[in-house]
Ligand binder design. Structure first.
Ligand code: PLP
Length: 226
């Protein structure tokens, strides 16, 4: 992708591709574009906000606190912030304070920590359960076969009803079987929100039922980890 385009044009192109993908799939609902702002420089975030983007995803609590609690605190009220990275229990309270949605609930211990934090803070973000669709050992997320028991436990013991599911397919594999599985699991469990698809495969995700796609580099330009 042309990395030299202004951010607003990059965003307009992605929105266009999303619309085309939805049309091809015969969908008449619109997927939400989550702009993944991790590691991006402030100038790019500023341009993205100026372009009218309202939904952002971050994968680290501390980085997100600096960006949205300090640098862009003035925008915090009008932006929806979504945590899309793994959450440690000792960061649960910070996450509950900062985020509107936590997409990575995947274990009982974390549910417990979130409940405790929510009581203290006086608010609970909306929640998605992360599913490890590739059953990768090192990856966060609940195994597909354990999902319905986990959802039942969340309901019975914590009175938590997640609004949907998210997944990150294994690197180097075709994503579509994983998207297919996540959509099926959401449907089986009566969950409406499906977060899947990134820069390289969001059109496939839309075709397979994503309600939220998480796009970073295709929107902002490459991340510079140096
Ligand atoms: C970084 C990240 C993305 C965005 O990745 P791109 O390939 O840059 O679009 C999406 N989802 C999660 C969970 C991420 O950590």
């Amino acid at each position: 992708m042309s990395d030299d385009l202004p951010i607003s044009e990059k965003r307009a192109l992605i929105l266009e591709r999303m619309e085309e993908a939805a049309k091809r799939a015969g969908r008449n609902d619109e997927s939400v574009l989550v702009a993944v702002s991790k590691v991006q420089p402030d100038t790019r975030i500023e341009e993205m906000l100026a372009a009218g983007q309202k939904v952002f995803g971050e994968n680290r609590v501390q980085e997100a606190q600096t960006r949205w609690g300090e640098t862009f605190a003035g925008h915090r009220e009008t932006v929806e912030l979504r945590l899309i990275g793994p959450l440690q229990t000792n960061k649960a309270e910070d996450a509950v304070r900062l985020f509107d949605v936590i997409e990575t609930l995947d274990r009982e211990k974390l549910a417990k920590a979130l409940i405790k934090a929510a009581k203290k803070v006086g608010r609970m973000p909306r929640l998605l359960v992360q599913v490890n669709t590739g059953e990768e050992e090192q990856k966060a997320g609940i195994a597909p076969k354990e999902l319905s028991n986990f959802l039942a436990l969340l309901k019975s013991d914590y009175n938590i009803t997640p609004e949907g599911l998210m997944c990150i397919p294994p690197v180097g594999e075709a994503a579509s079987p994983h998207f297919w599985l996540l959509e099926k699991l959401a449907h089986q469990n009566g969950l409406k929100i499906i977060s899947m698809g990134m820069s390289s495969d969001f059109e496939t995700a839309i075709k397979m039922g994503a309600t939220h796609i998480r796009v970073g580099s295709a929107l902002f330009g490459a991340r510079d980890y140096a």
